[in-house]
Design a protein. Structure first.
Length: 268
């Protein structure tokens, strides 16, 4: 029960959607630094290429044995989700870890909140998570190796899907609450097929999505947090490495609050 075997992910094949920027980039780097082969997928092809190039250079210099592959796709599209799955099947034949991280937000006052926001966010943040997961399930099953190493689904949710946020992000918070429950549903459905499903309910991390909020409310958020700070790359990567390793093999259907305790407070 040594540390490397307990928390190791070396040699695993990982797909991180939205893996080129923000929290997704933090997660991608964590896996590459620890010897995994990471496919980075998002709509921004240039960002995917840059992230893969940078992470491959990092892997070479650190001799981690990990690597990154750019696999751009518009994951709001059903056909693109299926194309990504087909490409992975052609290249790898299996997938150990799926990190559903791609997402969008939309903040507008209640009286002005548009119908298009609901369509966009519920499609990308929820429906296509199901579409992609369904498409790669055979690859996750192929990678599963007994009780000690099931296939892993890690869904990146939000504390705004647990508590009511003070910002006017109605479709975002609703989509994340639904994602949390979808993850539990998948845990029950896919557990017997050798695949676990868990959620990280993330609090504030430095990212493009959070940039406006942190710029205007960063000090208040830090002051209100029980631990006095926002999340770091090590926090995001570490939680995913735990869930993807032998240490997390018996965790299924969990929603882990990755927020320093902020969601325990009434307001931030």
């Amino acid at each position: 029960m040594d540390l490397n075997n307990l928390f190791g992910v070396k040699g695993k094949i990982v797909l991180v959607t939205g893996g080129a920027k923000g929290v997704g980039r933090m997660i991608s780097e964590g896996f590459v630094r620890n010897g995994a082969r990471v496919y980075i997928s998002s709509r921004d092809a240039a960002a995917c290429f840059e992230a893969a190039t940078s992470l491959n250079a990092l892997a070479t210099s650190s001799k981690s044995g990990g690597s990154a592959v750019s696999l751009p796709a518009d994951l709001s599209s059903e056909s693109e989700c299926k194309r990504v799955a087909a490409e992975l099947e052609k290249r790898e034949k299996k997938l150990h870890v799926l990190v559903n991280n791609s997402g969008a937000t939309w903040g507008t006052q209640f009286d002005e909140y548009p119908d298009t926001a609901w369509t966009k966010l519920l499609t990308l943040n929820l429906q296509r998570v199901f579409t992609l997961t369904q498409a790669v399930t055979p690859l996750l099953e192929a990678a599963a190796s007994g009780d000690a190493d099931p296939g892993r689904i890690i869904n990146i949710g939000s504390i705004d899907g647990i508590r009511v946020p003070i910002l006017s992000t109605y479709a975002y918070s609703s989509s994340k609450a639904a994602l949390h429950h979808l993850s539990r549903h998948l845990a029950v459905e896919l557990g017997p097929r050798g695949i676990t499903s868990n959620t990280l309910a993330c609090g504030p991390f430095p990212s493009k999505m959070m940039a406006h909020t942190l710029e205007h409310f960063g000090d208040e958020i830090k002051d209100a947090s029980p631990v006095g700070r926002v999340g770091t790359p090590e926090d995001a990567a570490g939680a995913c490495l735990f869930l993807a390793s032998r240490a997390g093999a018996f965790v299924n259907g969990a929603t882990l609050r990755l927020d320093g305790g902020i969601s325990l407070l009434s307001k931030i």
